[in-house]
Design a protein around this ligand. Structure first.
Ligand code: ZN
Length: 132
């Protein structure tokens, strides 16, 4: 969570994005990817970095288990009325993995998980594990 947060802070006020690698449904590694759009309400992963990320995941014998990005606009604002995936997020969800989206509420960040498939969104509970 801290690694994702650090990347989100470094991209602020633009959206941040990255890959989550692991095994099963456990994340073992966070791979920050540059947001090619450099935009506060959109993200597109830098294609070269994304490819490098996929290779690193394979070389580490891990799988892609999630994709994360941030919504830097305050929840409740016009840009981000609800803490959920945007219409673009739903339309562009391309991988069958959990989407972790970071939302800002009253200046504080929270992360929520979503499964997006065929235009349908369902919440996925996230559990924070520490120790290694
Ligand atoms: Zn989004």
């Amino acid at each position: 969570m801290e690694e994702m947060r650090a990347h989100i802070d470094s991209c602020s006020p633009n959206e941040a994005c990255g890959l989550l690698a692991g095994t099963g449904d456990v994340v073992r590694s966070v791979l920050p990817i540059a947001n090619q759009e450099r935009n506060p309400s959109r993200f597109r992963m830098d294609a070269r970095e994304q490819l490098r990320g996929f290779r690193a995941i394979e070389e580490a014998d891990l799988e892609l288990v999630g994709i994360f990005h941030s919504h830097p606009a305050e929840v409740g604002s016009q840009t981000d009325p609800e803490p959920g995936p945007s219409a673009t997020d739903i339309r562009e969800a391309a991988y069958s993995v959990v989407q972790v989206i970071w939302f800002k509420q009253q200046g504080l960040w929270s992360a929520r998980g979503f499964w997006i498939e065929d235009g349908q969104v369902s919440a996925v509970p996230l559990q924070v594990m520490t120790g290694q």
